[in-house]
Design a protein around this ligand. Structure first.
Ligand SMILES: [Zn+2]
Length: 250
């Protein structure tokens, strides 16, 4: 091999290498996640941005009884300058029935302070909700060449919501890698072993403005304070020993 062609090959290798690194940085640094307006996804979007991901957020309208959480999801994303898209899936309400969150014939239950909030959470299950949302998030990620889709499932969800369990997340990642013929695709649920209070502690360190989040299943002027989600929120701040900026009705 002549010296000239050796240098030529070395240069090509060098530029190939640079291209690969660049490509990796660009691909690794882009993430999609769903922001619901609540504490977990707000913390997750802050974490993703802090870790250097170019983050895109989706909020889904799926026939919830109120739109309050969408307004709060917008606030969180605007505060971070994150591109945020609201996807209207409200016609799904017609076929995904039986949940207190979407079905007007099912009331959002009140939970006594002493009871475990998850006892009544089962009424809030929307069939296959996370699976549907994640599929759309992955479709978006693939379209914009993002390899990461983050999912805000946490430990307390595990007992009630089957699609918030580690087995589901791992199986889903495998299925989506096959569906998109992309072994780089990552579906990550970094809070899956964390309690709400631990998420709040992390979010407090990250500077998440929790006043700009909404948890209540009812769409009142302020948080009702007695639905299972409000109970969990109150308890989370208490256990975290963090300041709770939420205004509760009760
Ligand atoms: Zn409430």
């Amino acid at each position: 091999m002549s010296r000239k062609s050796g240098i030529h090959i070395a240069c090509l290798n060098y530029f190939d290498h640079l291209g690969l690194i660049n490509n990796r940085i660009m691909r690794q640094k882009r993430a999609v996640l769903s922001v619901s307006g609540g504490i977990d996804s707000a913390t997750l979007v802050y974490k993703a941005v802090k870790e250097g991901y170019e983050t895109r957020a989706l909020t889904f309208i799926y026939g919830q009884k109120h739109k309050k959480e969408i307004e709060y999801a917008k606030r969180i994303c605007t505060g971070l300058n994150v591109i945020h898209k609201v996807i209207d899936l409200s016609p799904l309400k017609e076929i995904l029935s039986g949940s207190a969150l979407t079905d007007s014939s099912v009331e959002v239950p009140e939970v006594p302070e002493t009871s475990e909030y998850y006892e009544t959470l089962s009424t809030t299950i929307v069939p296959n909700r996370n699976s549907i949302f994640l599929s759309i998030a992955i479709g978006y990620a693939v379209s914009i060449k993002a390899d990461h889709v983050f999912f805000g499932a946490h430990l307390s969800d595990r007992g009630v919501y089957p699609d918030c369990r580690r087995e589901f997340v791992e199986a889903f990642e495998r299925a989506e890698r096959l569906a998109n013929d992309n072994k780089q695709l990552v579906v990550a649920a970094p809070f899956i072993d964390m309690y709400k209070s631990q998420i709040i502690k992390l979010g407090t360190e990250l500077g998440v403005p929790y006043k700009d989040t909404w948890s209540c299943y009812k769409g009142g002027k302020v948080h009702c304070g007695v639905c299972s989600s409000c109970r969990e929120r109150k308890r989370g701040f208490e256990e975290a020993g963090a300041f709770d900026p939420t205004e509760y009705e009760r």
